[in-house]
Design a binder for this molecule. Sequence first.
Ligand code: FAD
Ligand code: NAD
Length: 474
Amino acid sequence: MDFDVIVIGGGPAGYPAAIRAAQNGLKVACMDGWKNYDGSRAFGGTCLNAGCIPSKALLESTELLHRAQVEFAAHGIETGKVSFDLSKMQKRKASIVKNMTGGIQQLLKAAGVTALQGHGQLLPGREVEFTAVDGSVQRLKAQHVVLASGSQPTALPTAPFDGEHIVDSWGALEMSSVPKRLGIIGAGVIGLELGSVWRRLGSEVVMLEAMPDFLPMADSQVAKEALKHFKKLGLDVRLGAKVTAAKVVKGAVEVSYTDGDGAAQSLKVDKLIVAIGRRPHTTGLLAEGTGVTLDQRGFIQVDEHCHTGVENVWAVGDCVRGAMLAHKAKEEGVAVADRIAGQYAHVNYAVIPSVIYTAPEIAWVGLSEQQAKASGREVKVGTFPFLASGRARAMEASQGFAKVVSDAADDTLLGVHIIGPMAGELIGEAVLAMEYGSSTEDLQRTIHAHPTLSEAVHEAALAADKRAIDMPNR
Ligand code: FAD
Ligand code: NAD
């Protein structure tokens, strides 16, 4: 069968590419090989099946639990002892995932995309060998092929996954009982989100992080504030920790590591999550002679337009360079589909928001204060604490602050950093402002509703020029 476009991979990079290509009037197939633990097949990739969506479902349930336990009393709400049913939480999560992944299949169908479940392999000459779930094999031909094969957890040779005691992020989302002692290797985004989930459910959580600094990718003022709150929650973050071995002994995991001073240490836990990053997934994707190349770290090599260098073969999402984020993947998929149709497309890599869905939530876009200074610019900075926000106070959520980093010479907004309630929603305004090349003054002159959390971003912009109203300017 011939198609205009074949997309291999139906995650946040692949399915939007397929839908947009179909919207552009092209004949499209999208194939996906995802297999769930129970053997069922689903579109949506890591994000919907084992990443963004299930993690956010559990984060929401456990944050509500935590708030009921520690915050409700402050509102004068008396509950008695608050308890939880993990199996119900897990069922709720599973039903959200099922609903969302089923929705993707409906979206593909509605757009007229041929959705195929099974494995795809690119052959030379833009042919694709498709092996369906029932084992049948067919050769398909396309004018264009989009590779969107995603990523998978990086394994740690000193702590190999066994699927039961030493698990990856997917295994950590599926646990059916709360481990009394939980170890996490890697205090990055996954470690912090899943560490928060299980800590709120009662686990004693120890996180072993190799780097000497906490959250080095975030603004350092934000990282410092975050560490304070995570410690208060009870996350025991140990920096500079190098894991030398992990072995399962009588149902527990014994972890050996060296601490920040180089001294040998050990830790005994009931479960160990390894969350040290993800690597591109290209197993069985490329037959001999396609001409598509991988870089040293295994990412499919592409140019700034996501073109592989092989005529009409493109690659998008986690399997190529750049942030491993669902929204970056989606924008690349859509942009490639538009390019294929000869339309204008652009992905602004300088303005990709990052969000960590902990409590308090963390979000940023653009340059941190440290990066802005390192770029040689003269920088002005404004911060506004949620403690001074009426809405945050009313919500009993006044931790953290909003921070604006601007160019002192021409007033350009360089970065916005938020740690506090709904930071992931608040960052949208900053993303739009930066996308439009807004100045700090533009943000200052924009009317923000009162009382809202967004006033913190407004006041932080004012504070950059020492013109904040709702707090003393320093
Ligand atoms: P994937 O989602 O990995 O999809 C690739 C798909 O292609 C898979 O279904 C795979 O089975 C299929 N495939 C691969 N090879 C083939 C082949 N040869 N033939 C057929 N099919 C194939 N990002 C965010 O932006 N926000 C978040 O909150 C967030 N939370 C996360 C939480 C966790 C626990 C994890 C693990 C990740 C999270 N991410 C989050 C990252 C996000 O999931 C990824 O960036 C995103 O899924 C990348 O999309 P993708 O389409 O490139 O790859
Ligand atoms: P990460 O890069 O965020 O964090 C990995 C951490 O492990 C880092 O701090 C790193 O220094 C540490 N590390 C690496 N090797 C180590 C070792 N041997 N011992 C101890 N620590 C070690 O990666 P992740 O948390 O695994 O997440 C993977 C990807 O998924 C990320 O790129 C992230 O963007 C994406 N993700 C995003 C979200 C979100 O957007 N909210 C949520 C989850 C995952």
